[in-house]
Design a protein around this ligand. Structure first.
Ligand SMILES: [Zn+2]
Length: 437
């Protein structure tokens, strides 16, 4: 009799998915920004259907799938467990080569890891490596990124889906899956149809080291300063020319140096000039404003206004405009509205044998936008490190712990949704999430 092949492990899936180039492209309003992301999207849809999930690929390249609940009629949690969404992004960052990824699986023996091209993953700069001594890790060959961001998340979710649909003995509510394109270029949720997705709570699996959880991101605005000057042939410019570039330079030198990304970390805010262009007649400066506390953004705006006031008096013939647009908001407050979302994740992580650590993200995630749209979405680790470059690496144990945490989430949510009198399983400890400061 032919034996059924053994189910594919999360690592095996990961190694298959990273070999598919899914790099997204900056500055493209269409989603997906690159057609090659559809190669993985089509493959995932087909694999989900083969597992027995209901799955479809929509016209913007989002893969949406449903795994039905296994709670039998009469189960006390039936009809009470929220539909849990699991989200990962398929694209890889445009900031490093993403084609021809050759994953290297090795046992980490300690010390620095030397790859091709003189790329070195230094033990000193990677404290997580020490925790992986004697364990299996994956790197690229040094010529490309690895793509653990976020194919670790894709692999963990796919492995869980296969397991839930094959085993069917684990009681769980309905699971909704979304694989998104273009997260790395800021469009991961742009065309995500929340009604079609249908989740009531969600988790992005797009984080880093095992045990690290995120429910806080920056609150972010984008500022543009435009200086208008007056251009004339420099040979007859005396008393006439008004050089916008000089005024713009005076703006830049007045920006607070102790509030820059290169001088801050942890929970400290920053004002970051990241793009300037122009000529005598007109010059613009684009800045990122970032603070974990949303009111801090108004303070940053006042700092910019004060700087512009000084520069206007130095260059009275210029006209200087400031425009500030909202980018995204810290998801902490949105997630706190449904405390069970973070509580369940913390408990699921603990049951995977890890000490959960809530780490603030100095950036945004797809979860920031989903939370703002009303779907509370904290972020779960996938086991990868050093995203967006050739020094990226994956802890295979971290990936397996990510899968275990997702599996535990299913159980914890059933327990949390069971009315107290009907509970037979040990109660989930109801306690506030660990402090993030
Ligand atoms: Zn990512």
């Amino acid at each position: 009799m032919a034996r059924k092949p053994a189910p594919e492990s999360a690592l095996e899936r990961f190694l298959r998915y990273v070999k598919i180039d899914t790099q997204s492209r900056e500055g493209c309003e269409e989603v997906p920004s690159t057609d090659k992301q559809l190669v993985l999207a089509n493959l995932l849809r087909r694999e989900l259907v083969e597992m027995g999930a209901r799955a479809r690929l929509d016209r913007h390249g989002y893969v949406l799938a449903t795994i039905p609940s296994t709670l039998p009629p009469g189960h006390p949690a039936r009809g009470r467990v929220p539909r849990i969404g699991l989200v990962a992004h398929m694209d890889t960052s445009p900031s490093a080569p993403g084609a021809g990824v050759r994953p290297q699986v090795r046992t980490y023996r300690g010390g620095d890891i030397r790859l091709a091209n003189g790329v070195v993953i230094r033990a000193r700069e990677n404290p997580e490596l020490a925790r992986n001594k004697g364990k299996t890790i994956v790197t690229s060959d040094g010529t490309t990124l690895l793509g653990a961001d976020d194919k670790a998340g894709v692999a963990a979710i796919m492995t869980l889906a296969e397991e839930l649909l094959r085993v069917r003995s684990l009681p769980h509510g309905e699971v909704r899956i979304a694989f998104t394109p273009d997260e790395e270029v800021g469009n991961g949720t742009k065309f995500l149809d929340l009604r079609a997705f249908g989740a009531e709570v969600a988790y992005t699996v797009d984080g880093e080291a095992a045990g690290e959880l995120n429910q806080e991101t920056f609150s972010a605005d984008a500022a543009t300063i435009t200086v208008h000057g007056r251009s004339i042939h420099p040979g007859m410019a005396k008393g006439v020319m008004v050089n916008a570039l000089r005024a713009l330079a005076d703006v830049i030198v007045r920006l607070p140096r102790d509030m820059a990304p290169e001088t801050t970390d942890g929970r400290e805010p920053f004002i970051h000039p990241h793009h300037a262009e122009g000529e005598e007649a007109r010059a613009t400066l684009e800045l990122l404003l970032r603070d974990f506390e949303t009111p801090g953004l108004a303070r940053q705006r006042r700092i910019l206004e004060r700087v512009l006031g000084e520069v206007r008096s130095l260059h009275p013939k210029t006209r200087i405009e400031l425009e500030v647009k909202e980018s995204y908001r810290n998801m902490r407050d949105g997630i706190a509205r449904e405390p069970r979302v973070a509580q369940a994740l913390e408990e699921a992580t603990r049951r995977a044998g890890l000490q959960p650590r809530w780490v603030p993200i100095r950036g945004g995630t797809d979860g920031s936008r989903l939370t703002a749209m009303g779907l509370p979405t904290p972020n779960v680790f996938g086991g990868g490190q050093n995203f967006h470059g050739p020094m990226e690496w994956l802890s295979v144990e971290g990936l397996e712990k990510s899968l275990a945490t997702l599996r535990n989430l299913m159980t914890v949510w059933v327990e949390l949704s069971t009315p107290p009198r009907a509970r037979t399983a040990p109660r989930v400890r109801r306690r506030a999430p660990a402090p993030t400061r």
